[in-house]
Design a protein around this ligand. Sequence first.
Ligand SMILES: [Fe+2]
Ligand SMILES: [Fe+2]
Length: 175
Amino acid sequence: MPADPFVAKLNEQIANEFAAHQQYVACAVYFDGETLPQLAGFFYRQAMEERDHAMMMVQYLLDTEAPVAIPGVVAPVSGFDDVVAPIALALEQEKRVTAQINELAAVARQANDYSSEQFMQWFIKEQVEEVATMSDLLRVAQRSSDVQDIEDYVVREQSGQGDDPTAPRAAGATA
Ligand SMILES: [Fe+2]
Ligand SMILES: [Fe+2]
């Protein structure tokens, strides 16, 4: 079984990932309401990725016969002043999650739990990509005077990548 402090922290992280899922659903719904379908689609896809992160962590705990509890989450922010605000909030969230993921790797290492440390490696790489994606989008949004330019950028640059074959298995996923 993984080290106890890692199991406790990973259970907390499941809540953080589900909270990120809910936050991105809230961002997507805001953009959908503003009739910005590309930004809405982008955030709906990000929301699904966060849900998958949570379910990958659930699967790891199942695989290692560690205790796992499905948490409730705090309500996301769902009112925004302008189209830039949800993206700025998303970047802050990704930076916060990066710190949480790094802390999980550190806890595993301190406990000499090498399997768990290795499990965290994919998430470390994923966070580099997510912070980069969100900070690029924020920069484009901040300098665009026409929201259509942001929509066009999302079509051009963020229309979804294929499945990552190196990703850990998510609980409930069909192999
Ligand atoms: Fe995540
Ligand atoms: Fe993320």
